[in-house]
Design a protein around this ligand. Structure first.
Ligand code: SAH
Length: 342
């Protein structure tokens, strides 16, 4: 098995160079070449030729090739379908915001969480992504567009905490000064709420923003749309979130997809208000994106207004998410699914 050098930290690369009989600084040089966009060891001309050959035998540089690219004519949002070394594909979305360019990355090919409204999970989990494959979604978009990315959201296909080690490694790599140098405060990780993993993440000393996909104010409703609710009752998820806030001092962002007639009543809003009341958090309401496989409908304007007003009574900071890339199916999972059924 060849070593994936793009999934390695500078310290690991120095150690790797050492095991291949080279001085450690050669590892630093490899790291720098990778982030300058070197696609082969042959290009790394500051390394001795014999060492480059040795690297060729022992290691590889993974790639993510643009298989499809859709550009929104409304707001310039770009959606990519990237092809990985084994022919599997993942989706990423590039968005331009006032606060900077943001990429939404996938952390797995497929997903095994089974949320009823989500297009990424329909065919289950194929495999988890390596840290390099998460980085490559950012690097490939930057290269393709000639623009720098300052913010990342791990909200694409997959459940990042179901690929825990690689997701955490990705966070540390993305933050490397000599690498992408993306501030941890500019990265959000979204989870459906794997309680033990939230507790682990709290102790990693990573000042990222944790997003929690709530989508219901009570267990009965949540179980109908999120199978993970059978494993963790909302009370345990919220308790883990409070521990996370206590440990990290970071505000949590709750995601709530409004689905007409399922979770968007005033009563639902009351329950959400009571759950989140007094917590250092933000509530993000997202009118659900209808997917082909299910006939979930987005809530109407009036229902959204009532929901918003109701949770605000609990002094909760709430926003309705602005939708980018509506004309290109920018929500993750839909492009890959469409490509597969062709
Ligand atoms: N597995 C993680 C991250 C990926 S999903 C998680 O569950 O959070 C990113 C966000 O998009 C989640 O909040 C998810 O619930 C939401 N989402 C998925 N499908 C959606 C849809 N059709 N409409 C609106 N939001 C959706």
């Amino acid at each position: 098995m060849k070593t994936d050098v793009l999934s390695m930290t500078p310290a690991e690369l120095r150690e790797f160079a050492h095991t291949l009989g080279q001085p450690e600084y050669r590892g630093t040089q490899i790291f720098e070449w990778l982030y300058r966009g070197a696609a082969s060891f042959a290009e790394m001309t500051s390394l001795p030729a014999a060492f480059r050959e040795k690297l060729e035998e022992n290691a590889f540089i993974p790639t993510a090739a643009v298989k499809r690219k859709l550009v929104s004519s409304v707001d310039g949002t770009v959606k990519y379908l990237f092809e990985l070394y084994d022919g599997e594909t993942v989706e990423s979305v590039f968005m331009r915001y006032k606060h900077g360019n943001t990429v939404c990355i996938s952390t797995q090919v497929g997903c095994r969480m089974g949320c009823a409204f989500c297009a990424s999970t329909k065919a289950g989990l194929v495999r988890s992504l390596a840290p390099s494959e998460m980085l490559l979604q950012i690097m490939s978009a930057e290269r393709d567009l000639g623009e720098k990315v300052s913010n990342v959201v791990m909200m694409g296909m997959g459940e990042p905490l179901d690929n825990y080690d690689n997701s955490v490694k990705f966070l540390r790599l993305a933050n490397e000064k000599a690498g992408l140098n993306i501030g941890l405060r500019h990265i959000s990780l979204s989870t459906c709420g794997l309680v033990e993993k939230i507790d682990m993440l709290a102790k990693e000393d990573l000042p990222i923003t944790l997003s929690l996909s709530l989508h219901a104010g009570d267990d009965e409703t949540r179980k109908k749309i999120m199978p993970v609710a059978n494993r963790y009752p909302i009370s345990e998820v919220i308790a883990a979130c409070k521990r996370y806030v206590d440990t990290t001092g970071r505000r949590i962002s709750f995601e709530y997809a409004l689905i007409e007639g399922v979770n968007d009543s005033e009563k639902d809003a009351e329950k959400v208000g009571r759950l989140l009341s007094g917590m250092l958090c933000h509530l993000n309401l997202i009118p659900v994106n209808p997917i082909k496989e299910k006939n979930f409908k987005r809530s109407g304007k009036n229902a959204i207004k009532v929901f918003t007003d109701t949770v605000e009574k609990y002094k909760i900071n709430v926003t309705v998410r602005r939708k980018l890339g509506a004309d290109i199916n920018a929500s993750c999972g839909q492009l890959r699914a469409a490509e597969k059924s062709n």
